[in-house]
Design a protein. Sequence first.
Length: 142
Amino acid sequence: MMELADDMELGRDFNPNLYKPKTLKNELERCGQRRRLPAKKCVDIALALARGLQILHESGFTHRDLRPSNIIFVNDIPKLADIDLLAGHDAALTSYIPKDYAAPEGSHSSQADIYSFGKTLYEMCTGLPVKAFPTLPSDIRH
């Protein structure tokens, strides 16, 4: 069982009828317009997620579907979600990760999780959709 994600607008206080989970995907698309996150926020999120991945991998598991929609915020702390896909390093298992996040060698290794993590960081830091990789925004220096 996973913790309930914060609400996009109300945080831990939420109205069940209006609840919209605070995921990284929803955060990137806030107010109906895709945007990149501030540099400090990107670093903070990246560090928290890298620690979570490290624990997962050191325990012998892979996530297999790391992407913005599977990162939730609980008390404003980013956490890996959708752990029903969590598995050992078994290449025979079916993969559900969208092709734009999937590592070329397949999605059943810690290296594949790191590849997906990199694509997620790309979206977070550039504000561009993963399909735009490796394009950079024209104002990236600012």
